[in-house]
Structure formats: structure tokens, C-alpha cells
Design a protein around this ligand. Sequence first.
Ligand code: GLU
Length: 290
Amino acid sequence: MPPPVFRFAPSPNGLLHLGHAYSALLNFDRVRETGGRLLLRIEDIDATRCRPEFEAAIYEDLAWLGIAWETPVRRQSERLADYRAALEKLSALGLVYPAFESRAEIAKLVAAREADGPWPRDPDGAPLYPGEANSLPASERSRLIASGAPYALRLDMAAACRQVSGLTWNELGEGPDGERGLVAARPEAWGDVILARKETPTSYHLSVVVDDALQDVTEIVRGQDLFHATSVHRLLQALLGLTEPIYRHHGLIRGTDGRKLSKSDRSTGLRELRAAGISPAAIRTTVGLG
Ligand code: GLU
């Protein structure tokens, strides 16, 4: 049997904090326990927020923690053709449509719907897509595209769920409500998610499943904040005919206020802790890995 493959996949849009250290160390510990391989993936498709100095800091901070990974590192911004190919496959299945509303127009539509009663929200708390771009006549679609209007490419969730249903995943960690073992995927809870935008041929959901498959990742160790997104990932994997990894979601390291750590909070940043003389061993203890 080939060795298991793990990955740590940070976005270089800020400096790493204790939460990243916990996730990276959990991956590294699993690699050592299983004789597996550790890949590092730089999730930098959001060109407006990602910066080369943050990427350089990721390498430095992980090495300081004593973590070793395989090279070359996969950088998503260099792999757009892979995501475009997956998007075309989903389009060919008749599951992708352009939606032209701006964020402000979407907020207005949601407010209008909420006037009639509660409008459903996704597991992250964002309102589901309220628009009707899926039923725009083809001529109107072509006219808007030709006019240069910006758009998002959305997944027709209802149609996708008719093509594949009954999806599950194997959870070796734990979801926020204690979910473990065989978990039923509920992608419909996310509505018509964005798969790509006019200027970016991918999104987090699409690139993560494409990369995990192309990199032969077998066990995904990541924070519980992505537990529910796994439903969308399983759906995309099934539609694209990709292999199914196992998942090990871990609890989040929280600040003293009980909130999720943020990249802008200096007190839990690895840089600051290191500058304050904290050792990598002490970081391990702080995140509960002893
Ligand atoms: N890039 C994501 C993040 O930094 C992690 C993606 C994943 O592990 O699936 O939160």
C-alpha cells in the first residue's frame, strides 16, 4: 500500500497564528505516526489578499516549528488550467450558470425575501443565493456576457443533487456537534455556491477538491470551521469522478475571548510568540500537543 498523503494548505493572506500551528503540527504528527507524506499547498487564488511576503513567512514559521514537507510546493495561482478543466466538466454536465448580481444587489434581494419571512442561511451563516439567474433566457445571458458585465459562475445545486445523492464521508475527527464516523453530506444546505468568477476560473471549494485529488491526498486534517464545507467537497468529488479522502476535522484554538483566532491578532501570531522568546516546544504545549 502506498503511504498515506497529508497536506497543510494555508492561504498567504496574513501571518500564521497558533491555530495554524495546531493544524500543521497535527498533520505532521499523523505523518510520523503513519509513515506518510506531508504536502504543503499555498492557497493563493485570491490575488487581492495574498502576498509573497506572507508566503515566505509560512515557510519560515513552519520550518521553525520543526515541520518538514515535500517540495515542490503546489501554488494554486499557477494551476488555474486544472481548475478550468474541472469547471468545464461541471459545465458539460449542465450544472453551472452565470449570475450577474453584485454583492449589493444580492443583499437587497435577501432583504426583500426576508420581508416575507426567514430566508435560509448556509452553515457559515450567509444567506443562500436568492437570485434567479439560473432561469435567465440564453439570449439575455449572452447579451450580458458580451456587454462585459461581471459575473459569478454558480453551481445549480438542485440539479447537482439530482445527479448524485446519498453521499457520505468518513470522519475520523469530530464535527462541531460531535459528528463522527460515517457522516451524511448535506450539500443542499449551501445553495448555489460560487465555483468561479469571470476573472478567476476557480473558488476555494473547486480548487481544494481538484488539488486534493491531483495530489493524491488520502487524509485531510483541518479545522472544524471547514467541517460543513466537506458536504460541498464530497458533491464536487462525486460529480468530477474524483477519489474520496478521509477527513479528520479538529477543534479550533480559541482566543481568551472564546473567539476563533484571526490573522490580524498579534498576540497569538507565531512571529510575535517567537520574538517574545517562546520555543517551538512551548508552542506545542500551548496548543495542547504536549
Ligand atoms: N486554505 C484554507 C485556509 O487557510 C484551508 C483549506 C483546507 O484545509 O481545506 O483556511
